[in-house]
Design a protein around this ligand. Structure first.
Ligand SMILES: NC(=O)c1ccc[n+]([C@@H]2O[C@H](COP(=O)([O-])OP(=O)(O)OC[C@H]3O[C@@H](n4cnc5c(N)ncnc54)[C@H](OP(=O)(O)O)[C@@H]3O)[C@@H](O)[C@H]2O)c1
Length: 348
């Protein structure tokens, strides 16, 4: 018997990825689809302008879209809701006893909500004990900002092995990160936009410290390093690229750093969770990689690609990282979170 799940924001860019990635999932089965009043009452195939390769199944296409208020038959709800509504909707549903596994930024920094990357900080799920006492049983688990997933995964093995002291990062973020219709074509064709709204730089500066910090039984204690970010929107369809400059507590050669990155594994790999990549980080040797078009789909879009790992005279190390923003950076991240919750017995 598969676990029935609902998708909130099912018609959006992230919602469509949920529909695509859950289509043949071994544990979860799409039972309900929800979005705004504009979509409610229509069959999914009419409510949603499908923008991914392939098409949803007949059954999913015929499923009537509901609003997000509930009640839902599914106890597990994946959320790709717009942040203008996710805050109140997700809190209300957690209060009604649902497990809400969210992409939205609204609850990421709440004192008892895990901001989870299963390979990096599965122990942060301990915060659910505190959260469930507050809500009476339901809960919210969040995944990070789409760039932060790639950034935090690249930093985690370096932090464990050598200690990270300071990070500077410049991002080159794809168009799908802005949802649909996203950025106006006349703004982005033949162009680079050195600004992304919605507090993008602040999220990239804050979230990795929370993820690589610890939960002390009551609240989260952020990691002690500082992050400085500068973001750009570039005319790439999918895949966020980042140039990272890292100062370390203990010096490491480029070869030592590359080995720590390549050997990185976590609980999803030990437990062989269905969406877990075999190797969370692919270290690429070629001097002109990673590239979004060539490398974003590694291990179904769930692996982060890293390249150009080199020593640096100003910082200690510099490297490039690439993450598929709507898979590992969004829907795939949430599904992996759901799999870890199920494997740990937290979905029942
Ligand atoms: N795109 C990415 O790479 C990415 C990565 C990580 C996280 N995220 C986060 O994931 C969330 C979704 O992003 P997206 O890019 O998928 O956005 P999107 O394409 O604009 O989709 C937004 C979804 O929210 C629904 N919605 C909007 N207003 C609503 C309301 N008042 N009540 C109920 N539902 C409402 C929309 O339904 P209708 O179609 O009915 O309007 C749609 O299903 C955001 O919080 C975003 O920050 C996105």
């Amino acid at each position: 018997m598969k676990i029935p799940v609902g998708i909130l924001g099912a018609t959006g860019a992230v919602g469509q990825r949920f529909v695509q990635l859950l289509a043949d999932h071994p544990w979860f089965e799409i039972a309900e689809l929800a979005a705004s009043d504009r979509s409610a009452g229509k069959p999914y195939r009419e409510a949603c302008t499908w923008r991914l390769p392939g098409a949803p199944s007949e059954a999913v296409g015929a499923t009537p879209v509901t609003t997000c208020e509930g009640p839902f038959r599914s106890k597990v709800l994946f959320s790709g809701l717009d942040s203008s509504v996710a805050g109140d909707v997700e809190a209300a549903l957690a209060g009604q006893g649902y497990a809400v596994i969210s992409n939205a930024r609204n609850h990421r920094m709440d004192p008892d909500v895990p901001l989870l990357i299963p390979e990096v900080n599965p122990e942060h799920l301990e915060a659910l004990t505190v959260q469930r006492r507050r809500t009476g049983g339901g809960y919210i688990v969040t995944n990070p900002n789409c760039s932060v997933v790639g950034l935090a995964m690249a930093l985690a093995p370096l932090h464990r092995a050598f200690g990270v002291k300071e990070v500077a990062v410049a991002t080159l973020q794809s168009l799908s990160g802005a949802g649909y219709p996203g950025v106006a074509s006349l703004d982005v064709s033949d162009n680079v936009l050195p600004y992304i709204g919605g507090g993008e730089e602040e999220k990239i500066e804050k979230e990795p410290r929370r993820i690589l910090g610890r939960f002390d039984g009551k609240s989260f204690v952020p990691a002690g390093f500082a992050v400085s970010a500068s973001v750009h929107r570039v005319p790439v369809s999918d895949g966020h690229t980042m140039a990272l400059f890292v100062r370390l507590e203990r010096k490491a050669s480029a070869a030592e750093a590359a080995r720590a990155l390549a050997e990185f594994r976590g609980e999803p790999q030990e437990r062989r969770l269905p969406s877990a990549p075999c190797r969370p980080i692919h270290v690429l040797e070629a001097p002109d990689r990673p590239q979004p078009r060539l490398d974003r789909d590694r291990e179904g879009g769930m692996a982060v690609s890293v390249g150009r790992v080199r020593e640096d005279g100003t910082f200690d190390l510099k490297l490039e990282a690439l993450v598929h923003n709507t898979i590992r950076g969004a829907a795939g991240a949430a599904i992996l979170n759901g799999e870890l919750l199920q494997a740990r017995g937290l979905l029942s």
